[in-house]
Design a protein around this ligand. Sequence first.
Ligand SMILES: [Zn+2]
Length: 180
Amino acid sequence: MVFVSSRAVAPEVVRPPTLEVVELDFDHDIELVLAFLNTCDAEDGTETLDDHDQWKQWCADRGLGAAPDVEAAREIRDSMRSAVSYGVRPPGLATAWPVQVRLQRGIPVLAGTDALGTVLVAAARLVHTEHWERIKICPADDCLWAFYDRSRNRSRTWCSMRVCGNREKARSWRERHTTA
Ligand SMILES: [Zn+2]
């Protein structure tokens, strides 16, 4: 009796977990997605996803767990690079990859079941939070480096103004002055 009335006066409030406990680390997502997009390097002429062992090592270095089929990884990476470069999705490609929803302190969050799933979940978070629109690929033919545009008005074109941007400026200057 006393117990019931005391509860009625001062009910114990069980606070639901707040979103703070699953606060997402976008920098980590950005870094992971950029690293995945940059597994091919036009400047060095290297391709990590040519070889299953290299891909496996790439996944192990980042603690991403099991490395799935390297060909699937390459197809997904190329598809994502095309989407970033041209702002379109390549036609006729319906690539899907299984991921899972986990409850983290009662809050559902997406999680990968393998390395590729983890990369895709990070990319999906960037899409849903509009960080994806800041991912760009440098248009210099011998660079094609994926980078994150942190400029205030999202105006960055080149991976680095000091390297590709200035190189491009010098090239167009030379072209203008040699054709004259
Ligand atoms: Zn560049």
